[in-house]
Design a protein around this ligand. Sequence first.
Ligand code: GAL
Length: 402
Amino acid sequence: MVHASSPSLLLVLLVAVVAGGGARLPVDAARNATLGELRVKNGLGRTPQMGWNSWNHFYCGISEGVIRETADALINTGLAKLGYKYVNIDDCWAELNRDYQGNMVPNKRTFPSGIKALADYVHAKGLKLGIYSDAGTQTCSNKMPGSLDHEEQDVKTFASWGVDYLKYDNCNDAGRNVKERYTRMSNAMKKYGKNIFFSLCEWGVENPATWARGMGGNSWRTTGDIADNWDSMTSRADQNDRWASYAGPGGWNDPDMLEVGNGGMSEAEYRSHFSIWALAKAPLLLGCDVRSMSPQTKNIISNTEVIAVNQDRLGVQGKKVQSDGGLEVWAGPLSGNRKVVVLWNRQGHQATITTHWSKVGLPVSAAVTARDLWAHSSFSAQGQLSASVAPHDCKMYILTPK
Ligand code: GAL
């Protein structure tokens, strides 16, 4: 372990973080653990957050019933056991007007029992509750107030309710500077919300990857909103990829929540969506109605081998390492000197994708065991990997040197 009493090594590590970024973190496990600890500010987000969020499926059509039933479903389907712990309420949970003391008030019609009761309900199931606010005068729906200039009061309220997670959006900014607005919330969180996961939703407008970690952010959106279609999903993956070196334990790039199961993409496309989000160490926040999932949806989001890539303790975001007219290879390091590789066919017809070890970061002639994470089978490979991939589908492997 490195202690603060080793200033020179500490400095070297910090310089490595700032200059090198996640993609070039040292692979030695002990040093990585140390680096990880240094980067985890509030002790939260050691691995990317997993759970569910109401927005992608329900938009403003939420109620305490939906939230409770979702918590029940996360347990009953076994998803909670796989790591999906956060039950996150997005926009539209509050009354438009604050009370006479300036406090936010849960919507009296849709959340009549209040948020504290919901937090108690999900906590009793071993889950965590997330809430949503905005660094502006109103949230993006314009149906509830934002927290700008009410930061301390609101964080105190959220903490008193037992809230575990805050998603902080960026609408109605009153013409004020983004860093000023997010710094105000960051300070309030440091004072009153130390145990609350801080998820910045700034949409990547002013490169939050470069400053959100410094504000105690545990994740930061790198993109505008995802929509439930192939073009939107692929473009979010590409935009997010740019910021790979800034991700690591304690703070993650967020290309937006999952659309798997919402019906706008094919099974192959959802498999690619989930695989790339896992490889990119993106938050795995389900965005479908988990109370009524198809077997195909459940199969994708329950793949424990793919989830393990996302939650790998090394915490390095995988990147696009090869691209040839829509035939792509994404790869990154995992703990134990392993590599994860996704062969992704973004073309409209079946195609063979080949990659060589030089691209995925292995010694050129290394012999490995290749584990196919979707077929759940293993084989030997040396020097290269090649597969025929269906249109818009992918193959995902973990390569373990022999
Ligand atoms: C957007 C945000 C979405 C959702 C929505 C709610 O700004 O990116 O994820 O939270 O606001 O109105």
